[in-house]
Design a protein around this ligand. Structure first.
Ligand SMILES: C[S@@+](CC[C@H](N)C(=O)[O-])C[C@H]1O[C@@H](n2cnc3c(N)ncnc32)[C@H](O)[C@@H]1O
Length: 293
């Protein structure tokens, strides 16, 4: 492999199109969602610079029809970014494929991150046939749909506060033909969960910003012997320590709520800042006081 072919594609394109100075400071990753390419804006590089990079991406990656610049961090409870159209068709709705499932999404309206793909299938493989599953922060439906395909649950209840996420989750449940055992609720999982009056075998909590509030609610709604999959942020010097600290944090927090949980597994989803990680852990609920809430 030559030195140049080892250089990330985006950097090679930037060196060619806008010169080495800009190439040095741009983000190196191109995120592909269906037939759309997304690149992230570096704070100190003007938007105009990215326009010609966008045109070049269209030429270099033939199946890409549209290129967008992610111009802000994820924000709001919906966890979406601000986007600027750079090149190609001006469309933000696309078909994203993951683990044999198809998802229609508009990435400007709903949270989407291919980095979660590994966790989607990991959960689907852990889940057992015949479970009642709750997904408190379902987004456009990837956990719920992939687990439905792989694990044959009795049913999956998905909740999301973002109306667009609910809109796409409904479409995706039909596209993937799992509507017979999937229910979607638009609203606040922190209040809706307890009003369901149901005890679940497994609850997914894929929203690290809401870890504490969501965990408390989920602990109340899970069966003894059931499983919780909280996501949380932890500060640690490295990934191994981060996972260890996440186990500790979840166990200690459960204890403070009168419950005993046993860690089973988990993994670091990504680094979000120096010494800060987004982690998910799997725990089984061994005991809890009657009312956690
Ligand atoms: C990190 S995203 C979920 C990602 C999704 N599960 C996936 O795998 O792509 C967090 C989601 O939680 C939703 N959300 C935020 N606060 C909420 C709440 N209180 N109740 C229900 N959903 C909420 C957001 O709209 C967003 O879709």
């Amino acid at each position: 492999m030559s030195a140049s072919s080892r250089t990330p594609l985006l950097k090679r394109i930037a060196e060619r199109v806008v010169g080495p100075d800009f190439a040095k400071v741009i983000w190196k990753r191109i995120e592909i969602i269906g037939d759309v390419a997304i690149i992230r804006k570096s704070f100190d590089v003007p938007t105009e610079v990215y326009k010609s990079i966008g045109e070049e991406i269209l030429r270099e990656i033939p199946y890409v029809k549209s290129v967008w610049l992610a111009a802000s961090p994820v924000q709001g409870f919906e966890r979406v970014r601000e986007y600027i159209h750079l090149a190609g068709e001006r469309k933000s709705e696309t078909i994203y494929r993951e683990h044999g499932c198809m998802f229609k999404v508009d990435f400007t309206k709903v949270y989407i991150s291919p980095v979660l793909g590994f966790d989607h299938i990991r959960i689907a493989r852990i889940a057992r046939n015949g479970e009642k599953i709750l997904n408190m922060f379902a987004g456009f439906g990837p956990y719920s749909i992939i687990v439905s395909k792989y694990a044959k649950p009795v049913y999956v209840v998905s909740i999301d506060l973002n109306e667009f996420a609910v809109h796409y989750a409904r479409i995706n449940i039909e596209i993937n033909r799992v509507e017979a055992y999937n229910d979607i609720i638009h609203g606040d999982a922190l209040t809706i969960t307890s009003s369901l009056n149901e005890k679940f075998d497994r609850i997914l909590l894929p929203y690290p910003d809401a870890f504490k509030d969501a965990f408390k609610v989920a602990l109340d709604a899970v069966k003894i012997g059931g499983y919780l999959h909280p996501h949380l942020f932890v500060e640690a010097p490295n990934k191994r320590e981060a996972l260890h600290k996440a186990y500790e944090t979840v166990s200690t927090y459960a204890q403070s709520l009168g419950a005993v949980v046993e860690p089973l597994g988990g993994h670091v989803i990504r680094g979000v800042a120096p010494r800060k990680y987004h982690v998910t852990v799997d725990v089984v609920v061994k005991s809890k006081t009657k009312n956690v809430l």
